[in-house]
Design a protein around this ligand. Sequence first.
Ligand code: GDP
Ligand code: MG
Length: 371
Amino acid sequence: MPHDEPTRIVELTPPGRGAVASVLVEGPQARELVGQFFHSASGRKLDEVVFGRVLFGRWQVVNGDQSPGEELIVCPTGKQSVEVHCHGGRAAVRRVVDALVAAGGKVMAWPAWLSEHEPAPFSAEARLALAEATTRRTALILLDQFHGALEREVRAIDEWVATGELRKAGQRLGELLERAPLGRHLTRPWRVVLAGRPNVGKSSLINALLGYERAIVTPAPGTTRDVVTAAAALDGWPVELADTAGLRAARDEVEAAGVERAREQVEAADVLLLVFDRSRPWCADDRQLADRYPHAIVIHNKSDLLAHDEGRPEGLTVSATNAQGIEALIAAVVDRLVPDVPSQGAAVPFTERQIERLEKTQSAIATLAPS
Ligand SMILES: Nc1nc2c(ncn2[C@@H]2O[C@H](COP(=O)(O)OP(=O)(O)O)[C@@H](O)[C@H]2O)c(=O)[nH]1
Ligand SMILES: [Mg+2]
């Protein structure tokens, strides 16, 4: 036996509802072991990639297996360590771990592994946050932080502060903090609220956005009495779509409570979608609503019907019924939520504590080196 040190298999993400699960394979034979099952899409071998770079590919348990195998990501993180990032479901993790164990790997519990390794605090926080990520896109950004992106950036900023290069430090800190709104949503969805008068098609639009029937659609004019929410991913970003009761004068107390809740939702929205019915003439009530929420994305729905466009302000023209304009709507919402998508490997602060700490440093720098 050339190596008798066992290869250790550590599940880094605690079993949860994460989109991605990470399995660490560690030991002198780590690459060899993973290479028995992993086939990269590009045909590149694990030995050919630089540490920290990811390889996309498939996991095939039996040689010559006819099935295409599980899609996953593998990342060599050191000479003796490889990370396998697979779908977060238990079955996918089991298939990876079982194969590695059958080939001679030894499972080690992550708390035991952690106490041996004591990773950098941001890394540890990223590992916890990963369990909360619900989309692959957000999980990949957290993986970058797990691999030290934030740690390195904060250390560089601290060094500039220490050497008196405050302006440089302040600028980099500013850039980092611009990503804080995104960071906050890596573990928690953005709130996208639909508001508008009854019967304009809010519930139908939510269905169109979800791609399947979910919100309750009622043909008679009336209000959804409660705020109905649905979890969705728009272009890979997690959002919670909230369908509000129609914003209008309520007819009874129950409805009044619904309208009040709708107002609260509207105030708390990350993005507000104001929905209007393009098949009906633009009226004073519509005007009032549009004036009241000037930052909202204006949507003129029911483009499949005869249009009443007189006096109608600019906005996105859509049809919840035939899905016309829905792609453009999703693009507009995503553009509001994540105006600047960070490049791969970029540092992103992702907890309130981190953001607070960075903001404190920023105000200290602003005091010391006013621009
Ligand atoms: N032709 C047409 N009808 C629509 C469209 N969107 C919604 N509707 C209809 O308008 C009515 C009210 O829709 P609903 O989604 O319940 O409106 P809400 O009260 O704003 O939630 C229903 O009969 C829908 O089928 C659309 O784009 N085109
Ligand atoms: Mg409705």
